[in-house]
Structures are given as C-alpha cells and as structure tokens.
Design a protein around this ligand. Structure first.
Ligand code: FAD
Ligand code: SF4
Ligand code: SF4
Length: 477
C-alpha cells in the first residue's frame, strides 16, 4: 500500500518559515519571512487531516480548495498544486503573504481548534505560486478566441486586476484606468514592502500587460477623463476605485504642521521602495528619521505606519489606541511583529488635542472599557483627570478610510450610493443602479481586505460576461 502522505499533525509540529531577526529586519523594507524550503513545505502540508468538511475552505473568501493543494504539495506534485490553487485565486502568492490568516482559513483549521497548531496554509499557498513563477508555469493569458467587445475598468487595485484577468481569459478587450503612475492600488502604494515586496505585484501587472490588458495610468477619472467618456467607449464599465478619504479629526490643534495622513505617509515610503525621488521625504515632511512618532489608530494601516517609521530611523514610535490589545482590529501577528521591531503600544488611550505649531505633542486621555455597546463590543470611556501630553514631532492619523463621493466627483446621475457613501451594488454580481456599470472591492464593501476585492472582481467578471453575451444576443436579433 502506498505510504500515507497526510495526517502528520500528531508527529510533526507546526512551523512557520523563518522570520528575520527584529534588529536586522527593522532597517530595511524587505519581507520579513523567508520562503519555505521544499522539504519543509512538504512536511508542513502533510500535517493536514484532509477534513471531509474543511472549515479552512469554508472560511476562505475564495473557497480555495485547500485540502487538495495541501495533499498535492505533500506528495511533491507541485504543478498540480499550482493548477488547483490558481483555479480559484487570481493572486495566490499575494494572499499567502497578506491575508489575515488567523481570522480566516488558519483560524478555523480543525487542528488549530484541537490544540495542535494550525496547518500553515498561507505559507504553503505562497510557496506553491512562488515556485510556479520560478519554474515558468505562470504564463501570460492567451484567450482561445478574441471578442470584439471591450470593458473599461476604473482602478488598478486587486479588485480591478482580478476582473481584468478573468475578462481577458474570455477574450474580452480590457482597458484599466488608474490615477496613479503604477498599477496595483494599495498593493503597490499602501501595503509596505516588508509585508509584500513590490516586485511580487509588478510581475503580476507585467503578466497582465503581456496578456493584452491595456493600462492607462496617470489618468484621474473625473478630472483627466470623464466617466461618461469611458462609458461611451466600452460595452461595460467596472468601478474598482477603493476608499481613500481619511476620517476627519476635529480636535484642537489638528491642523498643525507635522500631523499627517497615513495614506500620504505610506505612499511616499512605497515610492521610495521603487527608487523614486520624493520631495516630501527629502524635505522631511513625510520622513520619520530622528523624530518622535505617534500613530493614532489600531488597524492594519496603523501597524504599517508604525513599522515604516521604525525602518525610517525614528527615535521613538508609539501607538495610541483607545481599546486594549484583545479588542483591536489589526492582526495579532502584526502587533507582535511591531513589538519585536521596537514599537511601543499605549493601549486604552485616545487623543483629545495637539500642542505646538509645528506639532510638539499629543494631548492624551486615558480610557477604560465600559459596558458592551449595541454591537456587543465594549465601548471605551474616558477616565477623568488622567490626561497627559505625549511628546511627538510627527503624528500619523490612521483612523480608517471612507469612500469619496463618486457620483458628485464624476457628475454621474443615477449612480446610487448607500448611506455610508459606498456604491450600491449587488454583492454577487457587482451590478450597480446603472445599466452596464458594475462595482467591486472597497468602494462597495467599505475598507476591507485584498482577498475580498479579488473575490468580488472574479464574481463580477462572470456577471459582466453574461451581460456582454446578452448584449450580443440582442444585437444579433
Ligand atoms: P484599491 O486597492 O484601493 O485600488 C483602487 C485603485 O483605484 C487605486 O489604484 C486608485 O489609484 C484607483 N482610483 C481611485 N479613484 C480613481 C479615479 N478617480 N480615477 C482613476 N483611478 C482611481 N488587506 C489585506 O488583506 N491584508 C493586509 O495586510 C492589508 N494591509 C493594508 C494596509 C494598508 C496601509 C491599507 C490602506 C489597506 C490594507 N489592506 C490590507 C486592505 C486592502 O489593501 C484593500 O482592501 C484592497 O486593496 C482593496 O482593493 P480595491 O481593488 O477595492 O481598491
Ligand atoms: Fe487563506 Fe487567504 Fe489563501 Fe484563502 S486566500 S486560503 S483566506 S490565505
Ligand atoms: Fe486540513 Fe485544517 Fe483544512 Fe482540515 S481544516 S482540511 S486539517 S487545513
């Protein structure tokens, strides 16, 4: 009988790829985790118990066929593992790096639940597709037949690019418009290189270019080109513009020099990772070197700002968050990484104002967790008389993002939005209130995750294909 390659979780312990030492990694923007060696990937994949009802898969937004690609990896059949993995995920090596696995697939692995430590699903997923790139298995798309219909996609983030990939596979002519000078959205200019190196994103963009996808960059729709012009040019339009409006703080002193938006700070740092010259970094306004840095917020964006400031050579880096560690929205793994790299967390603290022009400090109030609010989450409340001033000469606001008012910015009548300002669209198809106009990703969900943007992009591409087929059928009548 063939040797059983799986169910080794009893004898083999969970092991992650090695992580670079904190005092070495906190000086550069390279990824902090190494690649699994071939034998290690096989070994870790073999820990899977091949559940009949795989909870990992049920909690993956893309319903990835995780048990099958783990079995193929454990058996050394990597090309098949890659084929299975890429059949449900457009960018598996990106998700393997930056999905919050502890809240999705790995957090729901039965082995984790039974106390043996989860199968390291994300690291194996990354390993499979990185190997596929190395081996030349990832190829440009060559559609079986070309169609004479075109789709315009506004926004080159993961949502737009996932849809572009699917549509191109079906032979559709695809043009992607983006206001930035590089494609990738937040993969390129939001998420720092220590989580996702830039060449990983760029090789995907190049693959799409080689597949015939046309990119129109430095094109701010609404300013450089009207939405109506794009709609008039294509048979269908997909809006995938993400959310970029920073929540507004109204505390006294908030307009002082040295208080900056997280997205501006991270965009500049990411441009430097491409080797660009950036005046705001050179003149010190978006550069943490030699500064006391305070970041306000507790989500992924705050974690990325904190760890970027450490790498830029700040003298101290502190995080103010109004709840405690257990109740913060960011991934616990990222908090641990940040602490190892030298970030200090001041839990249960909130700003109430700023001192100095330029800023010299944050007026902080101490908080405690009170009774649960309507959502069941314990609401923070102020402890009177415990205020203090935290010294700071760079304050980064990382309080989340809201949608821009697209119908107004673009002068479009009939494009409906929700009461949160996100575009009203069918969650399955992305169909908006306008005929032939679809929307996906953060602009529909609000600030969310890369994996959900990919899922939306893929689903909407299928709906767009149905729409194009119907249009063709009507034209032929
Ligand atoms: P985006 O990625 O935002 O792309 C939208 C694109 O549209 C951009 O390129 C933009 O330039 C373009 N655009 C906008 N308006 C116009 C216009 N008028 N004309 C032309 N182009 C336009 N998620 C994770 O899963 N894991 C993480 O670790 C993680 N870390 C994050 C860290 C940070 C700092 C941030 C901000 C977010 C993070 N996220 C993370 C969330 C994730 O990046 C987003 O959910 C995801 O990128 C949304 O994809 P999208 O395609 O909807 O939009
Ligand atoms: Fe897990 Fe994300 Fe990969 Fe799904 S896409 S298996 S959630 S890492
Ligand atoms: Fe394997 Fe865990 Fe998924 Fe079960 S839940 S199939 S053990 S990875």
């Amino acid at each position: 009988m063939a040797k059983q390659p799986m169910l080794k979780f009893v004898s083999i312990e969970r092991d992650m790829p090695s992580k670079r030492d904190a005092d070495q990694r906190n000086k550069d923007f390279n990824e902090i985790y190494a690649e699994f060696a071939d034998e290690k990937a096989k070994e870790q994949a073999s820990r899977c118990s091949q559940c009949g009802v795989p909870y990992c898969q049920a909690h993956c937004p893309l319903s990835n066929n995780i048990p099958d690609w783990l079995r193929m990896t454990a058996s050394g059949r990597l090309e098949e593992a890659y084929a299975i993995s890429q059949s449900t995920n457009t960018f598996p090596e990106i998700c393997g790096r930056i999905c919050p696995q502890d809240r999705l697939c790995e957090g729901n692995c039965v082995i984790e639940q039974s106390g043996h430590g989860t199968v390291t699903i994300g690291s194996v997923e990354k390993y499979i597709t990185d190997t596929a790139w190395e081996q030349g298995w990832v190829k440009p798309i060559t559609p079986a037949t070309e169609r004479d219909q075109s789709v315009g996609i506004i926004g080159a983030g993961p949502g737009g690019l996932a849809a572009a990939d699917m549509l191109r596979r079906a032979g559709v002519q695809v043009t992607v418009y983006d206001r930035y000078d590089r494609a990738g959205g937040l993969l390129t200019y939001g998420i720092p290189g220590f989580k996702l190196e830039k060449d990983i994103v760029m090789r995907r963009v190049e693959q799409l270019e080689q597949s015939g996808v046309e990119f129109v960059l430095n094109c701010n729709v609404g300013e450089d080109l009207s939405f109506d012009a794009i709609r008039g040019k294509h048979d269908a339009v997909l809006i995938a513009t993400g959310v970029y409006k920073t929540r507004v703080l109204t505390y006294p002193g908030v307009t002082a020099e040295g208080i900056v938006r997280a997205i501006d700070y991270l965009t500049v740092s990411n441009k430097l990772s491409f080797g660009d010259e950036v005046p705001e970094y050179e003149d010190g306004s978006l550069n943490a070197k030699g500064k006391k840095v305070v970041v306000i917020g507790g989500g992924d964006t705050a974690m990325d700002c904190l760890r970027t400031a450490i790498r830029q050579g700040a003298t101290s880096v502190k995080c103010l968050y109004r709840r405690d560690r257990a109740n913060m929205p960011g991934s616990q793994r990222e908090v641990q990484n940040a602490e190892e790299e030298g970030v200090e967390f001041d839990w249960l603290t909130a700003p109430k104002g700023f001192v100095g022009e330029p800023v010299t400090g944050v007026m902080v109030q101490k908080m405690r967790l009170g009774a649960p609010d309507a959502s069941g989450r314990r609401a923070p409340e102020v402890i009177e008389g415990a205020d203090y001033v935290e010294e700071a000469d760079l304050v980064i606001k990382a309080l989340g993002f809201e949608p821009e008012d697209l119908p107004k910015l673009w002068g479009v009548d009939g494009l409906e939005v929700t009461r949160w300002g996100t575009i009203r669209a069918d969650f399955q198809t992305g169909q908006t209130s306008l005929d032939g106009v679809f929307a996906v990703g953060d602009i529909v969900r609000g600030a969310s995750l890369v994996v959900w943007a990919i899922k939306d992009g893929r689903d909407s591409a299928e709906a767009i294909l149905d729409y194009l087929n119907d249009a063709k059928a009507v034209a032929a009548e």
